[in-house]
Design a protein around this ligand. Structure first.
Ligand SMILES: [Zn+2]
Length: 459
């Protein structure tokens, strides 16, 4: 298999440190709010990689952390007038529930930062010991000039970075590029005892410490969103490698952003689609198909039209599987199915080219329908069996199962189509009754110039 490595900026042949085993670390969420659709992509991309590596015969150990102590959580707690730990608990639970609804396999370990303060302190002590970090007034900073290859991952030049940086009057660091490993406690904030007095870890050191604890100081794959390359991943490498003297992760994989009207979806911009709302409206399969219809490194633009296409695509697969349900299977896989399997495999092995892999599956579904039209039930059933297996490898599910709520979206859309028809023939009583009944069962319908929109109430 070949994977694009951000570190080398090339597509490389994938090899593992230990034969047949893959250690993989993915930066998880900072649990300060409900997940938005960008979080779905950052979870689905490594989920598909993990499923594909498992299918390819590797034994994966998959770690995805929870950042449960961070400035934004503390700010949120102040707004909600709750303690930061309670805020983190609420949003951790919501994140995990929504990941399960999305059909993302749970990690082998989901370490929480607050459960690993001892490891973080140990790592910072080590960095101080080797001269890569220094204490200043209860804060501890990483000394960027002590790490020769700083900037390699992000392709940034340290001199250029330094020219654009400055030290705020309140900061105690020696060099504008130095970043914080340990923050001295401020009144009212969560803090832990350390050799430098009470304080809390910086964000970057959290991932270095948790990755080392569960995967060792050198492992295979580190993944995350493109927006984490600098400074987060650059700093993770500097801390980890300065402490261990070993190469940290061998492959760095970064997924592209989700945009809304061509702008990055982010809390600070305010253009976010909630993941819960998206799951209510479209269901896990349609969201997954939408996400995988773009290459993982490309941006993907959230639009109603693209999601409608994804729904139509998923319905084509589901319709063939329904139509062939219970039909006798042929003795051997039909040739068209074997050919689709080969195309699918080739695409997935080529840096996880899911658009091409899915194109092979759409072509295969077409062949299945053709076989049905020609009355060749065995061939149709054989094609269908291959389709079910390959879509399953990408994480799609049919027949309810864990994605029972996939039915909600299509059913509501169908009722809204009936409502629209009623309105078009000026039967407003029926149209209003449909809306009223939906409201009674918790489906809130809002009319807008571009048509009716809906969401599940109370969420
Ligand atoms: Zn991280």
């Amino acid at each position: 298999m070949r994977l694009y490595n951000t570190l080398s900026r090339t597509v490389e042949e994938f090899t593992t440190r230990d034969e047949g085993r893959v250690g993989m670390y993915v930066c998880g969420p900072t649990v300060q709010n409900v997940p938005h659709f960008g979080h779905a992509r950052a979870a689905v991309v490594p989920d598909v990689l993990r499923r594909w590596l498992t299918h390819s015969g590797y034994e994966i150990f998959y770690v995805r952390n929870i950042t449960d102590v961070e400035d934004k959580i503390i700010e949120r707690a102040a707004q909600e007038q709750r303690v930061p730990a309670a805020v983190a608990e609420t949003y951790t639970r919501i994140y995990e529930e929504q990941m399960a609804r999305l059909g993302v396999l749970p990690p082998d370990v989901a370490p929480r930062a607050t459960g690993h303060i001892i490891e973080m302190i140990g790592l910072i002590e080590r960095l101080v010991e080797v001269g890569a970090a220094y204490e200043a007034g209860g804060d501890v900073f990483f000394s960027v000039r002590k790490f020769d290859t700083y900037g390699r991952l992000s392709g940034r030049n340290v001199d250029d970075l330094r020219a654009g940086a400055r030290i705020e009057p309140t900061e105690r660091k020696r060099d504008p590029l130095d970043f914080v490993l340990w923050k001295a406690a401020k009144p009212g904030e969560p803090s832990w005892a350390s050799p430098w007095g009470r304080g809390r870890p910086g964000w970057h050191i959290e991932c270095s410490a948790m990755a080392a604890k569960y995967l060792g100081t050198a492992f295979d794959i580190h993944a995350g969103g493109l927006d984490l390359i600098f400074p987060h991943h650059e700093n993770e490498i500097a801390q980890s490698e300065a402490a261990s003297g070993r190469r940290f992760a061998r492959y760095w994989l970064h997924n592209g952003m989700v945009t809304l009207d061509e702008e990055k979806m982010s809390k600070s911009v305010g253009n976010v689609i909630g993941l819960g709302e998206a799951l209510d409206r479209f269901g896990a399969n349609v969201l997954r198909l939408f996400l995988l219809s773009a290459h993982y490194r490309s941006p993907v633009d959230f639009s109603e039209a693209r999601l409608a296409e994804a729904r139509a695509g998923f319905d084509r697969w589901a319709a063939l599987l329904r139509a062939t349900h219970g039909l006798p299977l042929p003795a051997a896989e039909p040739a068209v199915a074997a050919a689709a399997r080969a195309r699918f495999t080739e695409a997935m092995d080529d840096d996880l080219a899911t658009p091409a892999a899915q194109a092979a599956l759409f072509d295969l579904a077409r062949e299945g329908n053709r076989a049905l039209e020609q009355g060749d039930k065995e061939a149709a059933a054989g094609i269908s069996a291959t389709l079910r297996e390959l879509t399953g490898l990408l994480g799609y599910t049919f027949d309810g199962g864990s994605h029972a709520d996939d039915l909600v979206g299509p059913l509501v859309e169908e009722l809204l189509r009936l409502r629209l028809e009623a309105r078009e023939r000026r039967d407003f009583a029926t149209a209003d009754a449909i809306r009223g009944r939906l409201g009674e069962i918790g489906v809130i319908v809002e009319d807008s110039p571009s048509g009716a929109r809906w969401h599940l109430g109370g969420a």
